[in-house]
Design a protein around this ligand. Structure first.
Ligand code: ATP
Ligand code: MG
Ligand code: FE
Length: 343
């Protein structure tokens, strides 16, 4: 079974072909980071225009690299949401055009389901599993009791983890996206500042990062006013320690409470070296649960993960109708509960 995946929800134009749900045959990602960098973040209009310019080339390259043609494809999976509406529309329309012209089944995929299923390109899932999704727009703990079943047991009440990284990076005058740069700096510094950890209520699996973000900004601001020389590396190390502590501890508690077999980490921040290390220490020393991370290249946005989630949806009989539309605010639980005959 060959699934073509298409992803255009934010600032990467991506197409990929995977075989039997788990093997990558081709995986093409055209990043627009440079075009957005001088604005310090993603500009929606620029993103849409780039997707329009890139989508055909990216699709062609995915077929050339796979040495396959559209006739070999069993179904076309595309991110329908959440994301930027103008960006999503480019992928959705490309997928619909291809599917209609060649009479292939069309599958709408939730972007976060995609991030989670990036892990299945590495290893088969074992349920129940707990997914920690940490990306640019989401920070969630998701319990899965089976394929395609998603129950959100905790989520951020304000900023996403990746968003906090990017905002703190901006304050440190580092270029967008700041997550990887802070990660690198953090490893060169020491935790000299005791930033707050937002544990929230004892039994809550929710997160909050806006207080931490403000604390970092205030510390930098006060430091400047008092003429203190705060080392950028130490600020990064202290900030990262706070983020990683909360993510690791809450994931651990939830994994214990729901007695899961696997814990998987997904989304751009899953590339974080500090998080990977802390999670490995915690889970290896205190549990027998299996811990999975996607390979670095599959943490941030790509279409292989969309094809992977699409493959399961295809197996389960989900088919989108020809009026599939971009769904910028699509919720994961609503997506999971969709009927198998949307058309
Ligand atoms: P969403 O998936 O929620 O719609 P998105 O697609 O924009 O948002 P991703 O592509 O999953 O987000 O991830 C991008 C985010 O990951 C950015 O915020 C970026 O700073 C962060 N990130 C990437 N690498 C690292 C790293 N090594 N450490 C921390 N953050 C990182
Ligand atoms: Mg991106
Ligand atoms: Fe993403």
């Amino acid at each position: 079974e060959y699934i073509l995946g298409i992803e255009t929800s934010c600032d990467e134009t991506a197409a990929a072909i995977i075989k039997d749900g788990t093997k990558i045959v081709s995986n093409v990602v055209a990043s627009q980071i440079e075009s957005h960098q001088r604005f310090g973040g993603v500009v929606p209009e620029i993103a849409s225009r780039h997707h329009v310019e890139q989508i055909t080339l990216v699709l062609e390259e995915a077929f050339v690299k796979a040495d396959l043609t559209i006739d070999d494809i069993d179904a076309i999976a595309v991110t329908e949401g959440p994301g930027l509406v103008g960006a999503l529309l480019v992928g959705v329309n490309a997928a619909k055009g291809l599917a209609y012209a060649h009479q292939k089944p069309l599958i709408g995929v939730h972007h976060i389901a995609g991030h989670i299923y990036a892990n299945r390109l590495e290893k088969e899932f074992a349920f129940p599993l707990l997914a920690l999704v940490v990306s640019g727009g989401h920070t969630e703990l998701i319990l899965m009791r089976g394929h395609g079943e998603f129950e959100i047991i905790g989520e951020t009440r304000d900023d996403a983890a990746g968003e906090a990284y990017d905002k703190v990076a901006r304050t440190l005058e580092l270029p967008y996206p700041g997550g990887p740069k802070i990660d690198t700096l953090a490893h060169q510094g020491e935790e000299t500042i005791d930033f707050p950890r937002a544990w929230l209520e004892d039994d809550s699996f929710d997160f909050s990062f806006s207080g931490l973000k403000s604390a970092v900004i205030n510390t930098l601001h006060n430091g400047k006013q008092k003429g203190l020389s705060l080392k950028q590396e130490d600020v990064a190390a202290s900030f990262q320690a706070s983020v990683v502590d909360v993510l690791t501890e809450k994931t651990y508690r939830a994994a214990k409470q729901f007695d899961v077999k696997q814990v998987i980490v997904a989304g751009g921040v899953a590339a974080n070296k500090g998080l990977r290390y802390a999670m490995e220490q915690k889970f290896k020393s205190e549990t027998s649960m299996e811990l999975l991370f996607p390979p670095l290249s599959l943490c941030t946005d790509n279409a292989a993960m969309i094809a992977a989630a699409g493959s399961i949806a295809y197996q389960q009989g989900h088919r989108a109708s020809w009026d599939l539309n971009a769904n910028p605010g699509l919720g994961l639980e609503r997506y999971a509960k969709r009927s198998t005959s949307e058309s």
